[in-house]
Design a protein around this ligand. Structure first.
Ligand code: NAD
Length: 732
């Protein structure tokens, strides 16, 4: 079965249609590439063919390269993986370059057959790179279509000529947001940015008409003409020089140098700009190979693309449970979380009953959705009709009778077991026995809360992160008695609201909070020891954490930290290890410095709540030692505080699937995405080296850094997490 079909029209236009069998979205494979090349070759050789249109039979054009294929290219290449990747990429360049030159005489620049791309919808990655190699790009006037090169978001950069062509087409400045941020645009914006040529009602008809009328000069790319100059100037042009200096600084500022793809992309752009086009493609292929060979890129692709997608598609869903799609959800508590959960549910087309103790609180919860929709309308991302439809789906009320007919209830009232038990009983008295009951608690054990439920099997934790509309992860927690239908219901719901789920077992702080609290604590502990707070914060950022631990505690609020510390200490008694941390936190609390919300915390803030720098009072209370630790030492403390907790979670059976440990860490608390997650990072380091580092940290700072038994055993056996815990293992 072929991915591309060829058809020659009586008008002399050959149509090459992309239609990968059994897939809703086209993706490129190397077999597909060869089929495309054979069709292009046939059309170029056929005198009866006047021009070619490349299009798709699906509603979109293409989603990109099949990353599984790309990964296997390297993995199956034996001793020379780099050569295999480089050769594969150069073959791709060859095919696209044949399309671009289209039989043109290189001396006279005449005789090319016009080739146009007709895109019915989205074209991402190589989907757009293929179009960029044609002579003119027509896109359907479809505001839902997205056009762009998102490779950077999974640890790669556009390596099928997209980097070289876009920079030559738009200049480094124009191409920067598309390449460096992976920005996807709708057709009109893509046209305004100069990425595509025409937005039309019928791209196929328009493309056909164009190829029949195109002149020789329409089929020569500017970079194939004599005297081509890059828009905005090449690196040694005075204007270009400024662009490149600025871009290098900006990329380094954003990535802190830890993302190999961003650096490689910039090198490919810079070096490519100094040489002729075909040499630039070779340079692009070299840098692409360099990135593919970097373990960080492989780990990012694995976690941020392959495994994230697998989890979203139900990799850990219990088998044999019929579809549990949610039709009507009841949300108890219309506060910060309840309001957010109502919004994402209504956005997914689910009917929502939003309950609070007082009507005005319930109304405020609904108003939150209104505010978000108004913002979206202001940005041109939603219409008034969509807002009205969404709001019509939310019923704010104090009346529990409205919960009748709900097939899922999500409780998000105060973090108090008594209040939660009360609302659970009230809601279950109304909702039918088939209704699954979920709690959004962040700290209370699910198994305990389930005792207030009439049906522990149908009781589960669905833990959202704040702000609910932005955070992609949802942690699903199984209590001791939670049954498969509840797990399936939670997973199907998370899929409906288009978020990424992980399923974990019940234990203190579940998974994400369990790992993030030690990170915050380690940072605070260092302050108590006299480590410069700026060193702590910068070390964290330099290793790829989005927020330093002190900023993070300011964001989540210091009173919450104090509350959690008190509850943990009460639960652990004499074994509680964090008194040194509490000294600092409780002192801050006593000073009334509660974090960003009080415009005072570890950082100082201006009247508008903008951070103005670390708070000087901290240095007065906890003077810096003369001898400051090495930045790597600080980073190891901060990273190991998190990753050892992840290993313990796996050891304890809280984590059932390592993919969830890695994907959950990146999406849940932003764990250094370049690493692919905590377990991927340990694999990169090697278990033996990790144990050696743990031993040193234990000696210097205490037994919280002791290597877990599992890690030690893996070190002895020379194992890796991804080797030992096969990623296809089923959880849940
Ligand atoms: P919140 O204080 O903003 O909202 C709680 C809401 O519940 C309030 O509107 C309150 O009026 C309502 N409520 C209280 N008692 C009620 C009752 N008997 N009947 C009906 N409504 C009642 O709190 P929040 O931040 O939205 O947190 C809610 C839950 O979500 C907590 O369990 C919390 O631990 C959890 N959670 C919070 C976060 C976070 O970042 N804030 C993150 C994950 C989970």
């Amino acid at each position: 079965m072929s991915d591309f079909h060829y058809e020659k029209g009586a008008d002399g236009v050959a149509i090459i249609t992309w239609d990968v069998p059994d897939k809703s979205m086209n993706v490129m494979s190397f077999e597909g590439l060869e089929q495309l090349d054979a069709h292009v070759a046939a059309a170029l050789e056929d005198d009866a063919v006047k021009g070619i249109v490349i299009t798709s039979a699906k509603k979109d054009f293409a989603g990109g390269m099949d990353l599984n294929v790309l990964a296997s290219l390297k993995d199956s290449a034996g001793d020379e993986p780099a050569k295999a990747v480089f050769d594969g990429i150069m073959r791709m360049h060859g095919v696209l370059r044949r399309i671009e030159r289209a039989g043109m005489d290189p001396k006279t620049l005449k005789g090319a057959k016009p080739i146009a791309a007709a895109l019915p919808g989205t074209a991402a990655g190589i989907g757009l790179e293929l179009a960029l190699a044609t002579h003119r790009i027509f896109v359907a006037d479809n505001p839902k279509a997205k056009l762009g090169l998102p490779e950077i978001l999974v640890g790669l950069f556009p390596g099928a000529g997209g980097t070289t062509r876009l920079v030559r087409k738009l200049g480094a400045m124009g191409a920067a947001p598309l390449l460096l941020e992976g920005k996807m645009n709708d057709p009109k914006k893509a046209k305004a940015a100069g990425v595509i040529d025409e937005v039309v009602d019928d791209p196929l008809a328009a493309a056909k008409a164009w190829v029949l009328n195109a002149k020789d000069s329409d089929c020569v790319k500017p970079w194939d003409m004599k005297g081509y100059k890059m828009p905005g100037g090449a690196p040694y042009h005075p204007a270009g020089f400024m662009t490149f200096v600025g871009a290098a600084a900006m990329v380094h500022g954003r990535t802190q140098g830890v993302y190999p793809a961003a650096k490689a992309l910039l090198s490919a752009v810079y070096e490519g700009a100094l040489v002729p086009f075909d040499t630039a493609l070779k340079i692009e292929a070299r840098w692409f190979t360099h990135v593919m060979m970097n373990p960080s890129s492989a780990a990012m692709i694995r976690s941020l693309f392959l495994n994230k997608e697998a989890l979203e598609k139900g990799a850990v869903r219990p088998q044999g449970v019929p579809d549990q799609k949610v039709h009507k959800v009841g949300i108890l508590g219309a506060g910060m979380m309840g309001a957010g959960i109502a919004y994402v549910s209504a956005r997914a087309g689910i009917e929502v009953v939003l309950i609070d103790a007082a009507q005005d609180a319930a109304d405020r919860g609904k108003a939150y959705s209104e505010g978000l929709m108004d913002k979206a309308i202001g940005r041109g991302r939603a219409t008034k009709e969509q807002k009205e439809d969404l709001l019509a789906r939310i019923t704010p009320t104090t009346d529990y009778a409205a919960l009748k007919g709900c097939d899922l209830i999500v409780e998000a009232v105060f973090e108090d077991p008594k209040v939660k038990a009360e609302v659970t009983a009230k809601a279950q008295a109304v909702a039918g026995k088939d209704c699954i009951f979920a709690t959004n608690t962040s700290t209370l054990p699910i198994t305990e809360l389930a005792k207030a439920s009439v049906d522990a099997e149908g009781f589960i934790g669905i833990h959202f992160f704040s702000p609910v509309d932005k955070m992609a992860l949802v942690e699903i927690i199984k209590g001791k008695e939670t049954g498969d239908r509840a797990v399936a219901k939670a997973l199907d719901y998370v899929r409906q609201i288009r978020k990424t789920p992980i399923v974990v077992n019940d234990a203190r702080f579940f998974y994400a909070n369990r790992c993030i609290i030690p990170y915050i604590n380690e940072g605070v502990r260092m302050v108590a020891e006299g480590v410069e707070p700026a060193l702590v914060e910068n070390a964290a950022k330099l290793v790829g954490m989005p927020l330093g631990p002190l900023q993070l505690v300011d964001e989540t609020s210091i009173d919450l930290g104090v509350k959690i510390a008190k509850a943990t200490k009460a639960a652990m008694g004499a074994a509680y290890p964090d008194d040194a941390v509490d000294d600092v936190l409780f002192w801050m609390y006593d000073q009334g410095r509660l974090g960003r919300k009080s415009k005072s915390g570890f950082y100082a803030y201006d009247d508008k709540g903008k951070r103005t720098g670390l708070w000087q009072g901290l240095a007065d209370k906890y003077p810096a030692q003369d001898d400051q630790p090495d930045v790597t030492e600080v980073q190891h403390r901060l990273l190991f505080a998190q990753v050892l907790e992840a290993v313990r979670a796996l050891e304890d059976g809280v984590l059932m699937d390592i993919r969830e440990g890695d994907v959950g860490a990146i999406l849940g608390w932003g764990f250094a995405p370049w690493s692919g997650g905590p377990l991927s990072w340990l694999d990169m380091l090697g278990a033996a080296r990790a144990v050696e580092l743990c031993d040193g940290l234990t000696e210097r700072y205490g037994k919280r850094f002791a290597a877990p038994k599992l890690l030690r055993e893996m070190a002895e056996k020379g194992e890796t997490f991804y080797g030992r815990f096969a990623p296809t293992a089923k959880a849940a």
